[in-house]
Ligand binder design. Sequence first.
Ligand SMILES: *Cc1c(COP(=O)(O)O)cnc(C)c1O
Length: 361
Amino acid sequence: MSRAYNFSPGPAALPEPVLRQAQAEMLEYRDSGASIVEISHRGEAFLEVAHRTEADLRTLLSIPDDYAVLFTAGGATTVQALLPLNFANAGQTVDYVVTGHWGKTALKQAAPSADARIAASTEAGGFRSLPARGEWTESPDAAYLHVTANETIHGVEFREIPTAGDVPVIADFSSSIASEPLDITRFGAIYAGAQKNLGPVGIAVLIARRDLLERAGQPRAPIFDYRTQLEGESMLNTPPTWNWYMLGLTVKWMLDEGGVAVFAERNARKAALLYSAIDGSGGYYRNDVAIDARSRMNVPFFLHDPALDAAFLTESKAAGLVALKGHRVLGGMRASIYNAMPEAGVQALADFMQEFQQRHG
Ligand SMILES: *Cc1c(COP(=O)(O)O)cnc(C)c1O
């Protein structure tokens, strides 16, 4: 068996050292006599994993003390549904900047629990650009402004997310967290499902300013209440222990590799290499996103003739490059090149694209 270069958008490739460590510890975690998935979340061994994971994540992302970290089950979409319940009062306005599929989803999830408004949208243009800051129509009394840092499907990324005066910005960083240094103090909260850049599916991370968490919010069950979750150390009920452990290993790997500044450099080189393979193909391959809005993490691209898509997928797979099929919304191809994708993988893809063009051009 050999591992291919895996361009899956999520669940995405994990670093091989993480998988190897998990494999080595699978039957018995340290000297607990059982696997990490077979022991109590309230026992010493797991609590150590949980606390170390938070400490390492705080180091990796330079999270200030006045921000709380929550580990939540249910993925990023569940966070999206709970944002208005926790960060807005009943009937209060919440603003959404919609730059792709996930921004739309966030709005849809919030709509039942707040007066959710669109402050800006690029949908009319097919989500291929970023909305000009001067044209956002924000509500001065909004509880928060929601932004999607990186649109995983449409391949659109904010290089710098604007602030919104006194209105806290809440940003979905599911597919770009830890991909470069980030000043968290610019945000009221950020969140991410783990399965893109942080570990396995089944757990999400919410990093929120403590004073915002202390606001009233709306009536909600304790399990949906982030204040209560914080008091209970994200363990009001049995947390997804395996996912938490895997997330911890992934975060530790990123620290060992040198941290987010190192990944920022690698990610910039990877993206530059892939976009130049596309742009330099004389129109054989094409990416439709405005240059200043192109994602460093998810690169959708199209062959000049969709009749070649099937051959591209079959031959790339045979060459050890998997999961390049584009999202059904867009068609074509998509290469997701998160932190765990080595530069050699992107080079192999660029080389394959050139060979494919020579063979089929
Ligand atoms: C994948 C993704 C989501 C949804 O994550 P789930 O964990 O499946 O709920 C939300 N936002 C972005 C930007 C994503 O990439």
